[in-house]
Design a protein around this ligand. Structure first.
Ligand SMILES: [Zn+2]
Length: 481
């Protein structure tokens, strides 16, 4: 029986229809530049996503959506009828695996009673793919049926977009300022909430602010019972406490840790400003900080950096990216620019600036001590983040603020993301047998990380999309739909 099965696999490998079996809609086809039975990249500067040095003069053969061969140009045997793409002067790297993405932008003013979030099912998937994010985790849903549908339609080839790891609606605590989120009053309610959304097809979870220890414990246990994973953006529960309860991951690097807030009482929110102040005053070389990080590592709690969403509140807030601003619809643009002015810290080094700098260095420490650091964008519009453009900024900040080399930053944004999602057998690096999720970059991001902005083609499952055409298709529309 086994032998027959093996023979079948071998035969199907050679005779399987070579081009993508997905039937793309006319709309998706507009953005597809390459969809050939066999594609050969030649003369590439190869960045493998594992942190190894970039290698010049490399060839990669892809077929059936998978990487079939890779090696020096000199040893390439060109398959008959293959589409040859010469990458002279360009780099080839894995598609980005970004872990704190959303399908919405925030649409609320500071000081309003309700914090409203607006789903963007048309523009956001395109922005992610255009920027090179071939896999995203949605990290908290506000329109769950829309998220399910977007994923389905992308997978069917009806819409252009990334592969999506779906995170359920936020697991909230007893009260929420977001009217789109369910308030969970008891641990039993939280467990039922987890089971309901797991039944609907969500494969990851996120606990949110306002969740206390009993509710978090119930949620973690329910998620783990389903053999799924849970991350969190917490405030009442400290990182150390969450790790002890079995939390798989924590979002926002260390910027939302309340472990160092003076006077924080168990199971209560810290006083306003104390968490940031505590973080800013930390001596990160101290034994206590190292022990704190070692504890997270020992408990196998990963950390997702999302510095781009915080940078806007520092006193050194960068200027808005022109392309990102022109991608927005008029109302969104006005609101976005107004909010940037509102969130920026006053001139001079503030508590927030200090906390931002320390939190970034702690991310580096976690990685260097052997912990799992990933990266995401939180493209809520807050702090200037937007899908696509914000992905690039989040990765640049791993170099600028954390102090990683560009190759390390790329590894965090590719291989590490795939490891955290449990997808590392299929995506995240350029290796034979993995999905052909590849970026053609008109530059060298191994030397200058900002060159990731020069993405020309985005290959997802072996199909090459034109980045510029995708960006152009949403110009003036982001925020509207
Ligand atoms: Zn978020």
């Amino acid at each position: 029986m086994k032998r027959i099965l093996l023979a079948f696999i071998l035969v199907s490998f050679f005779i399987a229809p070579a081009f993508s079996q997905t039937t793309f809609s006319d709309e998706t086809k507009k953005y597809i530049e390459y969809n050939d039975s066999v594609t050969v990249f030649k003369n590439a500067l190869l960045i493998d996503g594992k942190g190894n040095d970039a290698k010049p003069h490399q060839s990669v053969i892809i077929s059936n959506g998978k990487i079939k061969w890779m090696g020096d140009d000199a040893t390439l045997q060109l398959p008959k009828g293959a589409k040859l793409i010469d990458l002279n002067g360009k780099a080839l790297m894995p598609g980005l695996v970004m872990l704190h993405e959303h399908m919405y932008i925030s649409a609320h003013d500071i000081g309003t009673r309700y914090l409203h979030l607006k789903q963007l099912p048309f523009t956001f998937p395109r922005l992610y793919l255009a920027a090179g994010a071939t896999t995203i985790r949605t990290c908290g849903s506000i329109e769950p049926y829309s998220d399910l549908r977007i994923k389905k339609d992308i997978d069917l080839g009806l819409l252009p977009g990334p592969s999506m790891e779906l995170t359920a609606p936020y697991i909230q605590g007893k009260s929420s300022n977001f009217p789109q989120m369910k308030e969970n009053k008891t641990p039993e309610e939280a467990a039922a909430f987890v089971n309901y959304w797991a039944d609907q097809g969500f494969t990851s979870f996120k606990a949110y602010m306002g969740v206390d220890k009993p509710i978090l414990k119930a949620a973690i246990d329910a998620v783990h019972k389903r053999k799924l994973k849970i991350t969190g953006h917490l405030d009442i529960v400290k990182y150390r406490e969450a790790a002890l309860l079995g939390m798989d991951n924590l979002e926002h690097g260390f910027m939302v840790s309340t472990d160092f807030a003076a006077g924080k009482k168990e199971n209560e929110k810290p006083e306003t400003g104390t968490a940031i102040k505590g973080l800013g005053n930390l001596d990160i070389q101290s034994d206590s900080v190292k022990q704190f990080i070692q504890f997270l590592i020992d408990k196998k709690t990963g950390i997702t950096s999302s510095l781009a969403v915080f940078e806007g509140a520092t006193s050194t807030q960068p200027l808005p990216v022109e392309d990102a601003v022109s991608a927005m619809s008029p109302d969104t643009r006005d609101f976005y620019l107004k909010r940037l002015v509102n969130t920026k810290s006053a001139k001079g080094i503030t508590d927030y600036d200090k906390a931002f700098a320390k939190a970034a260095k702690m991310e580096k420490l976690l990685n260097d001590m052997g912990g799992l650091l990933t990266v995401g964008t939180d493209p809520t519009g807050n702090g200037g983040t937007l899908a696509g453009y914000g992905n690039w900024r989040a990765i640049e900040l791993l170099v600028e603020a954390d102090g990683f080399t560009p190759l390390q930053a790329i590894k965090i944004a590719t291989q590490n993301g795939s490891v955290a999602l449990g997808f590392d057998k299929s995506v995240g690096t350029i290796e034979i047998g993995k999905s052909a999720d590849l970026l053609v970059i008109e530059g060298d991001p191994s030397k200058n990380i900002s060159d990731i902005r020069k993405v020309q083609y985005v290959f997802k499952n072996g199909v090459g999309y034109n980045s510029k055409k995708l960006f152009d298709s949403v110009k003036g529309k982001v925020g509207f739909n």
